[in-house]
Ligand binder design. Structure first.
Ligand code: 4G3
Length: 261
């Protein structure tokens, strides 16, 4: 998959893409990262890319001519790319959107802005405005890098065999359960006994209970109506004994967590 960044700061992209899993994915030719700098499409001695806003006001706006020239070349290089402009006012990214992007079979052009934003007319050359969350940053480079990283995890071979983007937190719709590694006791803090029991059914149930508890306490908006009813509503008459016990324990643990907060 190819990722092309239209950016005034290509070094920031190259640097970020030169580490860890993305660097390895580049080395394996699973992803390609490149940049086009709008400043290379200016014609004045100062290589001007921004100007004051019509109508007045503070800050600067990115001029359309160099930016559109850069996007045009980007589209020539990647004719099958989705063109995404990173803006605080765009559609907010979430894991289900990441999965949609990963499954499009398209390359990506990220248009990164600075200053107070883009001249509105550039959006005629853009498929979509995208935001990584409700906050404003000094530039669109870090947001674009985050989107690439999130998508790249779904390309087969990018993550190690033992990891899988489809199985991790958020793809299950729930928050992560707690994880532990050796030592079994650290500064007096013990790893839960069940995780050392070797009983895989018990471990799976414990992890699901912990995920449901964390999600209920921190992100109840992620739970379905059905899940919420099982946690706090009336349990159905007809329910396996083991399942009833599961939800009764979950409720007790949630009550205890609320006491302790
Ligand atoms: C356009 C994206 C770009 C308009 C970009 C600022 C945050 C995000 C910029 C503008 C950005 C985000 C550059 N900051 N939440 N800054 O994805 O006002």
């Amino acid at each position: 998959m190819k990722f092309l960044f239209v950016t005034l700061f290509p070094e920031q992209i190259e640097e970020a893409a030169s580490h860890s899993i993305i660097a390895r994915a580049k080395a394996k030719s699973l992803v390609e990262v490149s940049c086009i700098n709008p400043r290379d499409f200016t014609h004045d001695v100062h290589r001007t890319v921004d100007d004051t806003p019509f109508g007045g006001g503070a800050g600067m706006v990115l001029k359309p001519e160099p930016l559109v020239a850069a996007i045009r070349l980007a589209k020539e290089k990647l004719p099958n790319a989705r063109v995404i402009a990173m803006c605080p006012g765009g559609r907010t990214l979430k894991q289900s959107i990441v999965e949609e992007y990963a499954n499009l079979g398209q390359d990506f052009i990220f248009v990164c802005g600075h200053y107070e934003g883009f001249d509105e007319r550039i959006f005629n050359w853009v498929d979509e405005k995208l935001s990584i969350g409700d906050y404003v940053l000094t530039g669109g480079e870090m947001p674009a890098l985050i989107v690439m990283d999130a998508i790249a995890r779904f390309i087969p071979g990018v993550l190690g065999k033992l990891q899988s983007a489809e199985e991790d937190s958020f793809s299950t719709g729930l928050l992560e359960y707690p994880q532990y590694t050796k030592p079994a006791v650290f500064e007096g803090l013990e790893v839960p006994e069940v995780l050392r029991s070797g009983n895989h059914a018990l471990i799976a149930a414990w992890r699901l209970k912990e995920s449901l508890k964390a999600t209920y306490l921190l992100r109840p908006d992620l739970l379905s109506k059905e899940q919420l009813t099982l946690i706090e509503g009336k349990l159905p008459q007809k329910m396996k004994k083991s399942e009833r016990k599961f939800y009764e324990e979950l409720r007790a643990e949630i009550a205890e967590a609320k006491e302790n907060k």
